[in-house]
Design a protein around this ligand. Structure first.
Ligand code: MN
Length: 499
């Protein structure tokens, strides 16, 4: 489910014909070596493909249009080896519609002090050419990522890798389709939003289905399929019956197995990659989807509770952006619940009624069947665990009425001081940066929701770059945040992003 296309990135070196064929041969050779080394480095999640050196207006324009048309191309990496007059790039760039990385680098690391002459200088002048090139982007007011540094350095390669994931998020955003099987929870403001504007801005398709249509798909699942998946659950997770009758317990788990299979078939058949539910609108479903939704999230589906389609789409987006990542720590739907306000131990207990993705789990995962305490259905089965430690980001996309804002908070995940044996849900615990007081004040001033799309595997920079590419405001809350500065930023942004 999570698998995305085998995207490629084109590597386009800029030059001109002023310096003669020998120089251009060197430019092409150097570019070939860089591309080869980048691909060999093991640091990039996607392949880089070398394109012929761009030296004329016509070739530049044609190459960018080919990149637009090529379905496997997720972006173009450009670099000016020599000087390349930037008027040559105007039409090509104006017609280009995908992410672009301006890699500001140089083939040689060191100035060859003993041998350097004017020929060498003319051939190796990205310090000069990349400034001319960068200028035209600023003049055209075009979004692009600029990464400066030596191409063979691991740190630079990792920056390229990080941008590639953002680029794939930009490209894949318009393939996200969210299925709503219930409307937003009555009277709740922050989970609402303009679905037409979301499609215009992000390319998301957000459609509603009567809950009983998907409930019919659940009812159609055969008992033998339910048994097989329930057996898999019992083999994979710890079973904590906590005094319940074992057969009765299993019957509750089977309901979730049927929901997982039925939902997945329905989503696949109708081509949706994210789903929302609502505990108050379950139609013929016997339980609120809990374990079932947790498993679907693990497979790569986006999810939002209480009809929260914006967060569902963001969870899907962030799962795409982290796809195939080595040693990934996880990405989930999450909700701010309860504070610990003890000095020195401040933090927010994160959970949801049921629906936390097991990719973020640390240690064993258990199944429990407990009352929901909300709604009117039977006790749902759910996966219970605690989350990993370490730095992560929590994001909230809010609709301000005339535009969207993405709030990105760096958070530090920790273990709670003590276990919580009576709490029958999966949890995380984190302290927002710069600290609980300023972090929560900033979040509330920015209008951030109680629902978040959370990930250990993405950076604030990646999500902010995605927001830039989408043309929306990104608000960062991190170690550098002060309330005075944040309030000014929100004030200024309200003008900068006014529609
Ligand atoms: Mn909620």
């Amino acid at each position: 489910m999570l698998a995305t296309k085998k995207y490629q990135f084109w590597f386009c070196t800029g030059s001109q014909d002023l310096y003669g064929d020998e120089c251009l041969a060197h430019v092409a050779e150097h570019s070939r070596i860089i591309v080869e080394e980048l691909n060999k480095s093991g640091n990039l999640p996607f392949e880089v493909v070398l394109k012929p050196t761009l030296i004329t207006n016509e070739l530049i324009r044609r190459t960018f249009n080919e990149a637009n048309m090529d379905e496997t191309c997720a972006g173009v990496i450009t670099w000016m080896h020599t000087f390349s007059p930037a008027k040559s790039w105007i039409l090509g760039l104006q017609e280009y519609r995908k992410p672009l990385l301006h890699l500001h680098t140089q083939f040689n690391r060191e100035i060859p002090y003993d041998t350097i002459d004017m020929d060498f200088m003319n051939e190796n002048q990205s310090a000069h050419g990349d400034r001319e090139y960068g200028h035209i982007f600023s003049r055209l007011r075009m979004e692009r990522k600029v990464v400066a540094g030596y191409w063979a350095d691991e740190a630079v390669q990792k920056e390229i890798a990080s941008w590639m994931r953002t680029a794939v998020g930009v490209i894949e955003s318009s393939h996200i389709r969210v299925m709503r099987v219930a409307d937003n929870m009555r009277n709740v403001a922050v989970t609402e939003g303009d679905k037409v504007e979301a499609q215009i801005q992000f390319g998301w398709e957000v459609d509603a289905y009567p809950v009983n249509e998907i409930a019919e798909a659940v009812a159609a699942v055969s008992q033998s399929d339910v048994n097989a998946l329930t057996d898999e659950y019992y083999a994979t997770y710890q079973i904590l019956t906590e005094g319940r009758d074992a057969a009765e317990f299993r019957r509750h788990v089977e309901v979730q197995a049927a929901i997982e299979i039925g939902f997945e078939r329905f989503l696949e058949e109708k081509n949706y990659q994210a789903i929302v539910t609502h505990f108050g609108d379950l139609g013929a479903l016997k339980q609120l989807p809990g374990l079932a939704i947790q498993r679907l999230m693990q497979k790569g589906y986006g999810f939002g509770a209480e009809g929260d389609w914006k967060t569902a789409a963001m969870v899907r987006l962030m799962k795409i952006m982290t796809g195939g990542m080595k040693d990934a720590k996880g990405t989930s739907f999450m909700e701010d619940y309860t504070y610990n306000l003890v000095p020195g131990k401040e933090g927010i207990l994160q959970a949801h009624m049921l629906e936390v993705c097991p990719t973020i789990a640390d240690g064993p995962i258990s199944i429990k069947v407990q009352p929901l305490s909300m709604g009117d259905r039977e006790d749902p089965a759910r996966l219970v665990f605690t989350a990993k430690e370490g730095p992560a980001i929590a994001t909230s996309l809010v609709d301000l009425g005339n535009r969207f804002r993405l709030i990105i908070n760096n958070v530090d995940c920790k273990k709670t001081e003590k276990p919580m044996p009576k709490l029958p849900v999966a949890t995380a615990f984190w302290t927002p940066q710069p600290n609980l007081k300023t972090g929560t004040e900033a979040w509330i001033l920015a209008g951030g929701a109680h629902h978040t799309a959370f990930s250990y595997d993405l950076t604030a920079e990646q999500m902010g770059d995605w927001a830039d590419a989408m043309g929306i405001e990104a608000v960062y809350i991190d170690q550098d945040t002060t309330i005075r500065q944040l309030k000014n930023e929100l004030r200024w942004n309200s003008v900068a992003y006014r529609k």
